[in-house]
Structure formats: C-alpha cells, structure tokens
Design a protein around this ligand. Structure first.
Ligand code: 1GP
Length: 252
C-alpha cells in the first residue's frame, strides 16, 4: 500500500518529532555519489528526501529517483523548480505556490498549464506555500521568478504571508533563503511564524552546521532541509540528524 507522506509529516509534528530532509539536486550527483549519500542517509536516520532544484538541466530525474528507491525506504518528495520536474517514481510532490512573490506565473499560472499532467501522475500532492526569504545573495529562484524575496529582518511580513498561505489552504509552509544562502533564516522569524500557524513549517537554505539546524528546531521549525552543506561534506549527515532528532526527544 502506498504511504501517505503528508499524514506522516503531520503525525511527526503532532508527536513532537522534528524531521530531517536531505535535498538532492539531480544536476549535482552521479550514480556513485548518490548511492553513497543514500546509504549514509539510511544509516543516519534521515526522514525524507526532497529531489529537485530551481534549474534542473540534466534529464536523469527518473533515474536518480529510481536509484534512491532501489537503495532506500526513505520517502522521496519532489521539490520541483518547474512543471517539467515530475516523476511518477516519487512518493509525493510539493505543489508549490510562490506566495512571497507577486509573479502570477508562479502563484497559479504554471499550475493551470500543468494541472492535467500533474493529476494524471497519480502522485500524492502536497500544496505548499513557498516563501523565499532574503539570504544575502540573489538566488536562482528569485532571479528566475523575478520576484523579490521577503527581507530577512521583516519577520512581520513573513508572518502575515505564512498566515495567508495557511488560510488559503496550503498544507505546508516552506520558508527558504535559497540554496547556498549566505545568511540562513533567523530564529526570530522562524519562531514568530511557527507560533502562529498550525501546518508543518519547513525551513531551508544556507544551513551549514548541526548547531543551526538544532536552533531552528528549538525556534519552532518542524522540518529542516539541507542540500549544499551535505553535498560538500557528507559526514555532516550524522551530526545534523542527531541534532534535529534530539529536539524531538526533549520536547517540552
Ligand atoms: C534550498 O532549502 C534548500 O531550496 C536547501 O538549501 O542547499 O543551502 O542547504 P541549501
């Protein structure tokens, strides 16, 4: 029977368990580096994989997911940068609406065009309010979308955007300062948003060490996404997983 990925995310939140996601960009892996990363993730207790990137140039998305599924039971969730990044091999799809931007194409336009195709894929769809927060450098997503990110020190704008996203029916709020961000999202912003929404809060972009992952969880993040830092130093996997899961245990 197919797993319900969203139900598992909600259950983890309700039981006070924080989740660790490793982001895999198909452009940045080959079969041997991917296989060793996946096996390491199995051992470290990674909870989910996100697969995608704002600009997937290569055409091996399907192969990449097939390889992950062959070597791991960790659920694979698509994190697509465009409607072309869809693979039936995955378990679920983050159906992203860029609610921090004002580009109609990324709020609803591309969804309309790809809706029949997405529906036919049979993938579990997780509607996600995606918010780009300024991470100190232009990111691929802000460049491609032409949409300004939310300033890093404007927690109130992030709060209102997340609240609106939740009330519009998004099942996840994903705040992202962009892959390789110089400055990750502040704990102040995470804490304010987390206190005021009920759906799981996903935080990513520029998280480079276990300490920051831990502090984000303490501030209220439910899901931590790490891509770049692990690509550069896979040995961080174990300590990040331990730091994130430690918060689960000491939930007050
Ligand atoms: C980017 O949130 C992800 O969309 C992860 O960012 O690659 O900087 O960890 P990093």
């Amino acid at each position: 029977m197919k797993m319900n990925v969203y139900a598992s995310l909600v259950e983890r939140k309700q039981t006070g368990q924080k989740s660790f996601v490793v982001l895999i960009d198909p452009d940045k892996v080959n079969s041997s580096s991917l296989s060793s990363l996946v096996n390491r993730a199995n051992r470290a207790g990674v909870d989910y994989f996100f697969v995608g990137g704002s600009l997937v140039v290569s055409d091996h998305l399907d192969d990449c997911i097939q390889l992950i599924k062959k070597e791991s039971k960790i659920p694979v969730i698509l994190f697509p940068g465009s409607p072309s990044q869809i693979s039936k091999q995955a378990d679920a799809l983050l159906y992203l609406s860029l609610i921090s931007g004002r580009n109609p194409e990324l709020l609803i336009g591309q969804h309309v065009i790809s809706a029949p195709f997405v529906k036919k894929s049979g993938l579990e769809i997780i509607s996600t309010g995606y918010m780009v927060i300024d991470g100190g450098a232009p990111t691929t997503v802000s460049y491609i979308s032409g949409a300004a990110p939310i300033p890093a020190d404007k927690a109130d704008i992030a709060l209102c955007t997340a609240m609106a996203g939740e009330m519009l029916g998004n099942k996840l709020i994903y705040m992202d300062s962009g892959s390789g961000a110089k400055k990750p999202i502040t704990e102040e912003m995470i804490s304010l948003v987390a206190k005021n929404i009920d759906v799981p809060l996903v935080i990513g972009g520029g998280i480079r060490d276990a300490e920051k992952a831990y502090r984000n969880c303490k501030a209220g993040a439910d899901v931590i996404v790490v891509g770049n830092a692990i690509e550069q130093n896979p040995s961080l996997l174990e300590e990040m997983a331990a730091a994130i899961h430690q918060v689960s245990v000491v939930k007050s």
